[in-house]
Design a protein around this ligand. Sequence first.
Ligand code: CMP
Length: 136
Amino acid sequence: MSNLEQTLSIIKPDAVERDLQDKIKEEFTKNGFNIFKEKKIHITKTEAEEFYKVHQTKIFYNNLCEYLSSGPIIVMILEKVEAVAENRKLMGATDPKKAEEGTLRKKYGLSIDKNSVHGSDSQENAKKEILFFFKD
Ligand code: CMP
């Protein structure tokens, strides 16, 4: 049986600023993802803090929240069989310097902070993150 899943993806401010959103969306569809829902938003720092709460004890938390709220982002619900793992594979390692050839972060990421895309890291977090941005 196929295991159709949903995951949350964010095209981060550095990529939107460089007008890469269409290219990145095309990478998702080319790789078999269905963009089920999407919206362009600009969140507040407080909302970013809530979204990245799991990282609240990390040294990079404040910068991370400043950054995610620094400009418009595209949030998307992606669908595919095993979407969470497949999206993480397509994104590549968190640090673009360590990301494999052909991955989104290798192609578009600028640094570990400005790494162009976010993707849920588990099915449980995918559900929470989807609800966070798409309440209805
Ligand atoms: P993301 O997948 O959106 O999840 C948390 C983000 O924190 C991560 O991508 C990085 O952009 C950012 N970050 C900054 N510094 C670090 C670090 N040292 N380790 C992991 N993530 C980091």
